[in-house]
Design a protein around this ligand. Structure first.
Ligand code: AMP
Length: 578
């Protein structure tokens, strides 16, 4: 074993996972409750302690105001989330999830782990990648590499593969969708093209089902969300369960709580068939097609030229998704590895590479720039000069690391200064793209228009962009690193966040399973019929008394009884690990 292990982390929208490269290949590290996936949910319980993972997901059902989820969608923005009266940045919330995964790794290795490779959707822009690095730092992890999720999946497959291949990686997770063409060539893994949507995933399918279930009862979803949030959060949980069940059954029951979110006399039961589900989610499903066509177009491939289609992400367990992918590509997709785990496994292989593990010495990984990068220029139209056009320097889907130079000239006589404005995006007009930063180049020798300036863009594997401008006549160079100038957390903000997160109260790690059992039982209690409720109430009383008494043996005994009961009677019954 390497003396300084580097861990690979899949920081997902709905679930996260941590793995490392062992002597026989990548291995997932279990969390404090023995699960391999940790829900990306953060909560604060009544005692003011922070919960992460399955326990927080249970708490979310009863107390959505005390929990945050789906915050990955806000990475790279200033969007704050209020949890139990305190606001958190997206970096802090992700940092808390990472902290929990780091604690799992620390416990596994019996010493602190400080280095990690973290995956992000290929679609993440510069800011979102930097926010992910900041989240790692908040968790006490040095982020050695940011890796695209589809690249990680291809690594997990490619690691065991011999021979040259062209793969399409179709990754539909809880909240993000990526599709990439990855080429394996003489031991080199290269992403040829990536496309996707940063806000499309299994949760959208669940919400579509919930919306239609409410509609059948004459209630509009948005209205219900505003007026009866408890009803909606519990209905979504029911629909999530039904959706997963419908991946293997023909029909599933959904209990619709009353307006207060209770399963009292005002509640009802609706049966959803697989056929209904397929009809209801078809507008959501339709959205996967365009990115598939675009990625093939960008990679200049026809579906027939693909050797294999790999499915990644929990939502690819839905038969209708598999069918649609097969229809669009005319090829049956494969799913050799567990779709929920494959990204973390690939990240672990990459982490092994970073840690210079001998097992992966031969594997070279290249990646692509997910967006076009360029500068704003003025254009001459007849006698008219118009500003604000976007001129690409590095095209979308160029293999990185990459360095490209382009020559520009001054527009007016005696112009001694130019302002280099850097943008990312695909629009023809600069202002419609994302501004990444700007800087001045001074000292251009006075003279006629047309003095030349070379602008070099260097984009590295972490998505950090360095822009260098050189005045050709004088060789004077100005360098600008976008990493430091893009809006994002400053060093001081990260330090403050670390201090703030350190101050948060947390339960000891070995009590995590108790928290999960308690929150799950409390949630189930509200959902059960009277007779079962009474039985569960007694078990809960016993468990709480044991917790008060701090007698380890009694706690374990009461928890086992509680878990046994829940495994038989919990209507939501998803135990916290899928
Ligand atoms: P991931 O982020 O890859 O863990 O994917 C999570 C998403 O996969 C969630 O939206 C789940 O609802 C969905 N999912 C997991 N298992 C199944 C299943 N058996 N059938 C349908 N969707 C599933």
């Amino acid at each position: 074993m390497d003396t300084d292990p580097v861990i690979g982390i899949d920081l997902g929208t709905t679930n996260s996972a941590v793995a490392f490269l062992g002597p026989d290949g990548p291995v997932l590290i279990p969390n404090a409750v023995g699960g391999r996936l940790t829900p990306s949910v953060v909560g604060v319980d009544e005692s003011g302690a922070v919960l992460v993972g399955a326990a927080a997901r249970e708490l979310r059902v009863l107390r959505p105001d005390r929990c945050a989820s789906l915050f990955k969608r806000y990475m790279g923005t200033d969007h704050p989330t209020t949890v139990a009266g305190r606001t958190y940045s997206p970096e802090e919330l992700s940092g808390l999830v990472l902290r929990s995964l780091k604690a799992d790794a620390d416990a596994y290795f019996k010493r602190p782990v400080t280095r990690a490779v973290i995956t992000v959707p290929a679609y993440f822009n510069d800011r979102q990648r930097k926010a992910t690095i900041a989240a790692g730092r908040i968790a006490g992890l040095a982020v050695e590499r940011i890796l695209n999720e589809p690249t990680a999946a291809a690594i997990a497959y490619g690691f065991h593969d011999e021979g040259d291949k062209k793969l399409l990686v179709f990754d539909l997770g809880g909240g993000t969708f990526d599709v990439s063409v990855v080429e394996l060539f003489e031991g080199t893994l290269e992403v040829r093209a990536s496309a996707g949507e940063s806000a499309l995933g299994g949760e959208d399918f669940t919400r579509a089902v919930a919306a239609r279930v409410l509609e059948t009862r004459g209630v509009a979803f948005e209205r219900a969300e505003a007026r009866t949030p408890k009803l909606v959060s519990r209905l979504i949980q029911q629909c999530e369960r039904a959706k997963c069940l419908l991946s293997r059954e023909e029909s599933a029951a959904v209990r619709v709580p009353d307006d207060a979110g209770e399963y009292g006399p005002g509640s009802a039961e609706v049966t959803v068939t697989r056929e209904q589900l397929e009809k209801w989610v078809s507008p959501v499903l339709a959205r996967v097609e365009l990115p598939i066509r675009r990625v093939l177009g960008d990679a200049k491939l026809t579906p027939a030229q693909l050797d294999e289609v790999i499915l990644v992400g929990g939502a690819t367990r839905m038969p209708l998704v598999v069918r649609r992918v097969a229809e669009v590509l005319g090829k049956e997709p494969r799913r050799r590895l567990n779709p929920d785990e494959v990204v973390a496994l690939g990240a672990a292989v990459q982490a092994g590479l970073v840690g210079r593990s001998a097992a992966v010495e031969d594997l070279v990984v290249t990646d692509v720039a997910p967006f076009t990068l360029g500068v704003a220029v003025a254009k001459q139209f007849g006698g008219d000069m118009r500003e604000g056009y976007f001129d690409p320097v590095i095209d979308r889907n160029t293999t990185i690391p990459v360095s490209r130079v382009k020559r520009y000239s001054t527009m007016v006589p005696n112009q001694t200064v130019i302002v280099v404005r850097v943008y990312q995006g695909e629009a023809r007009r600069a202002e419609e793209n994302l501004p990444l930063g700007e800087f001045e180049v001074k000292g251009i020798p006075p003279g006629p228009a047309g003095q030349e300036v070379d602008i070099r863009f260097t984009y590295d594997l972490n998505g950090v962009l360095e822009v260098e401008a050189t005045v050709v006549a004088t060789r004077r160079t100005v360098t600008h690193v976008i990493a430091r100038h893009a809006r994002g957390m400053t060093e001081e903000q990260i330090r403050r966040a670390v201090r703030d997160m350190d101050k948060l109260k947390a339960h000891p790690r070995d009590e995590e399973a108790n928290r999960l059992a308690l929150h799950r039982a409390e949630r189930a209690y509200k959902e059960l019929a009277a007779d079962l409720r009474q039985a569960l109430g007694l078990l809960l009383d016993g468990f709480e008394a044991a917790l008060e008494g701090r007698d380890k043996e009694a706690i374990a005994r009461h928890r086992a009884a509680l878990e046994q009961f829940l495994s038989l009677h919990d209507p939501a019954g998803d135990g916290g690990d899928e």
